[in-house]
Design a protein around this ligand. Sequence first.
Ligand code: PNW
Length: 469
Amino acid sequence: MTGESTFPTFPDGFRWGVATSAYQIEGAVDVNGRGASIWDTFSHRAGAVDNGDTGDVACDHYHRYGEDIALMRELGVDSYRFSVAWPRIQPQGSGTPSSAGLDFYSRLVDELLAAGIEPCLTLYHWDLPQRLEEAGGWCERDTAGRFADYAAIVHRELGDRVRLWTTLNEPFCAAFLGYAEGRHAPGAREGHEALAAAHHLLLGHGAATAAMRAQRYGDESFGITLNLNPVTPVSDSPEDVAAARRYECYQNLAFSDPVLAGSYPDVESTVWGEISDFSFRRGGDLELIGTELDFLGVNNYFPAYVRAAPFESVDPKLRTADDIGIELDPPESLRRTTMNWPVEAAGLSRLLLWLGERYPELPPIYITENGTSGFDAPDGEGEIHDGHRIEYLDTHLRELRGAMRAGVVVHGYYCWSLLDNFEWAEGYKQRFGLVYVDFESQRRVRKDSFDWYRRAVAHSREPDGSLTG
Ligand code: PNW
């Protein structure tokens, strides 16, 4: 293990956490009147998910949440980031809420609080009610209003006990992987529809935040989670530099600028070309979207090294980054994870410093996801030696601490993920958990990284920062 004795201390009040999301862990898709979501539909479509995996059972967390809270208590985390499944609350995406659905999350929150763990609630982690998709999904402006109604329902029920609220998880993925590339639900459409979806997701964020603030109980904090990657051109050539600017807009600025600066980025016309007339953007939208945030959630897994790919004009389908003339080409020297994502811990600090520079009014940050996949498996003794994950977390946490020392205000860190779970289009083979899940027996087994994180959390609070015991 790297640097046993010098693991950094973190400031008092820094929140240590673990994260999950509803569709990836809950299972129990037909229980208590839950409606279908776009991920139920998509995962049951032949060829959509590796190995034909679905979230039908997942980690069966819906029935085993008590056991999972006990694991978190053992880890010693301060906070748990989870998401609420909209189709449990409003099975058809609108109208009277289901009391069984609300009760489940109410019990979860009560048990977390009883265990001394602060709930951090995400309202939308990609499981749009299927009925709303049939009415056009996020391509329709109306969906933003439906989302605000849903947010107000959940907040009315839980706002007395939950203080950390995020509206959306990764609108980039929901819009571009969902509606353009089609690797995620609901499956491919057209580039201009993905741009409309992105706008309506952000509008939903603004409208939901306003609705919750209007009925606030007291000291809730409201934020949004974006997945952002630090961007570096592979050379100084004008082509690579221009490609890096396009990628930065597509991946980061198209979401961070409207939310943090109240405007769409100037460079966007060089990225989207003529594929949309943007008539879905209306006066007043940006005021709502740019509503003040109490915090920004940042998810980061890898850095982006950008090379120009052959490019004359944007492909209106916007299927992948290729379609805006981009190729991701990280240095050979960087190790790749089983997701083929390059590992570079310094990328996390570069990203945070870039955010601080670009947005003078940057709110406090929570790292709402960071972690790594593996094909982790028990050895002959039944133990899971995931040293690769320990190294990933150790190096990223040191970089995080460095960025904080350089002035970036970060209030907490959530490791993705507590449990191995349904990794979207990759199904169950990609394992991100600190806890191994045997998906046959539902047995949970602590990986080596579980024990490492437990010690890191405990000792990061000690004056000498020693990581022992
Ligand atoms: C995030 N990509 O998703 C999500 O918030 C989690 O639900 C997910 O399990 C985690 O990261 C690990 O993948 C992403 O293709 C999915 O670049 C795909 C990408 C990025 C983030």
